[in-house]
Design a protein around this ligand. Structure first.
Ligand SMILES: [Fe+2]
Ligand SMILES: [Fe+2]
Length: 200
């Protein structure tokens, strides 16, 4: 843990690292499945999409939209348009994953003719979501660090921890198990969007 980094930011950056690892694992797996002689592993692809649906919708977006962003809006009104855009992207991201799940089913039950359209949707979603996290890490969080007080960061850390514990230990455990299963074959990579202001 970096002592310069408020624990609330550390939680957000850890979520980003996990999401980035699964997004890249998904993109790599779909690319590999397009090579001659490689059969798609639909169970693995479905597990990745399930994680990308569950984790942001139930945990990460809630932490940002319900706790972190409102405090940043209050302390730094100039960021409100960016936060509006990021919140709209949360909603779009959640519906994009459901669209991906549908497109994966089409590929699985109707055959390879649907592989390319699934791959295109995956690339669009992966690039879009990595870009979303990059804006948060390289722009929003550094500005927030300048405007929020130590008391703000302390309250946010408490609120984030409370929010996550209210979701239940079993959900956190099942997210961790699913993440471990996915990254067993796709090792965790550092998120390149991480700025030097937030070293691990
Ligand atoms: Fe976000
Ligand atoms: Fe985020």
């Amino acid at each position: 843990m970096n002592l310069m980094q408020p624990p609330a930011i550390q939680l957000i950056v850890e979520d980003h690292e996990a999401l980035a690892a699964v997004l890249r694992a998904l993109r790599d797996a779909v690319e590999r499945a397009g090579r001659p002689g490689s059969a798609p592993d639909f169970d693995a692809l479905r597990a990745m999409l399930f994680y990308l649906d569950e984790m942001p919708a139930r945990v990460h977006h809630a932490s940002e939209s319900e706790l972190l962003f409102p405090r940043i809006r209050e302390r730094c009104p100039a960021l409100r348009p960016v936060l509006d855009r990021l919140e709209a992207e949360h909603e779009r991201g959640e519906s994009a994953v459901r669209e991906l799940e549908h497109a994966l089913t089409a590929w699985q039950v109707m055959g390879d003719v649907h592989h390319e359209s699934f791959e295109l949707l995956v690339r669009t979603h992966v690039n879009g979501y990595l870009g979303h996290m990059e804006v948060e890490e390289s722009y929003v969080l550094p500005v927030a660090l300048d405007f929020l007080s130590p008391a703000d960061w302390r309250e946010l850390a408490e609120a984030l921890t409370r929010q996550r514990s209210e979701l239940g230990a079993s959900m956190a455990q099942s997210h961790r198990s699913l993440f471990a299963r996915i990254t067993l074959t796709h090792p965790l990579q550092k998120c390149p969007c991480k700025t030097s202001k937030f070293p691990s």
